[in-house]
Design a protein around this ligand. Structure first.
Ligand SMILES: CC(C)N1CCN(Cc2ccc(Cn3ccc4ccc(-c5n[nH]c(N)c5C#N)cc43)cc2)CC1
Length: 252
């Protein structure tokens, strides 16, 4: 079915990229429905206030409960017809669980994702506590670096999820060989890729790739993947299953 995505944000223009490219195509095909809402629609004071000073003191500002509560009630009131599961709340935060390909797969199997990218120091905890009584809440971080808000995370998560939707990725096979996808190449980074012309500025293509010998090509690619993973992500090496490689070798 169609994945519905709702985003509540004080920077709706930040989510414009969701209307183009891969996600744009999935939307055009009706595989994805994206609705972006401006949080300030649910403020009723002259200055459209969404933040206030933190209880307990400390630097920065905290996003207030009322606008978020009214916005989420309004979005969820849409009562989008869902099958087994209903909506899940996705809260980007520097203190969240790491967003991984595994989580992207889990989210791609849901019918409705409601994103609440915050700014300032984040959202008053009572908002998350309130909605956690009604739906699954995923507090996720897209990486170990500090952003000024959650909107970029929404773009990242939505793209990672959308490309997993059936038919959204041109060649359905492509994401099978993704890094982090299960299987013998699981947890390995991709090696180098090449295409025409066969020579460019005196640089040629590795012979094996022109040999047409699929067994040798597969082994070369795996060795290159191991080299690259050892260099860039040694932490992934101990997670991969060397016996799976021997099995593949034996098959060749
Ligand atoms: C001591 C005191 C000066 N420190 C001040 C910084 N505090 C942490 C802190 C830092 C930045 C922000 C800004 N921000 C607001 C909403 C929001 C959502 C996501 C992210 C985010 N950052 N990095 C990721 N991978 C993210 C994801 N996903 C950042 C966000 C909010 C909060 C820690 C305390």
């Amino acid at each position: 079915g169609t994945l519905r995505v709702d985003v509540v944000t004080i920077f709706p223009e930040y989510l414009e990229p969701l209307n183009v490219s891969l996600v744009g195509k999935a939307r055009a095909r009706g595989q994805l429905n994206v609705h972006v809402h401006d949080l300030r629609e649910w403020t009723y004071d002259r200055h459209n206030t969404v933040d206030d000073t933190p209880y307990g003191g400390g630097p920065g500002m905290v996003m207030k409960t009322e606008p978020w509560g009214d916005a989420l009630d309004s979005v969820l009131a849409d009562g989008y017809e869902t099958d087994a599961h209903g909506p899940a709340l996705i809260v980007p935060t520097p203190s969240g669980r790491p967003f991984t390909q595994e989580l992207a797969v889990e989210l791609s199997e849901r019918p409705w994702l409601v994103f609440t990218p915050a700014r300032y120091e984040g959202i008053d905890r009572r908002v998350i506590d309130e909605y956690a009584t009604r739906m699954p809440v995923y507090e996720v971080s897209i990486g170990d670096y500090v952003l000024a808000g959650g909107e970029a995370a929404v773009l990242v998560i939505t793209e990672a999820v959308a490309r997993l939707l059936p038919g959204v990725l041109g060649n359905a096979e492509s994401h099978r060989d993704d890094s982090f996808a299960p299987g013998a190449m699981a947890n390995l980074l991709e090696g180098p890729v090449y295409t025409k012309p066969p020579a460019w500025r005196d640089r040629e293509i590795p012979e094996v790739l022109l040999s047409g010998h699929h067994g040798r090509i597969a082994r070369w690619r795996r060795d290159e993947a191991l080299k690259r993973t050892t260099a860039n992500r040694p932490d992934l090496i101990e997670r991969c299953d060397p016996s799976a490689f021997d099995k593949k070798d034996r098959e060749m």
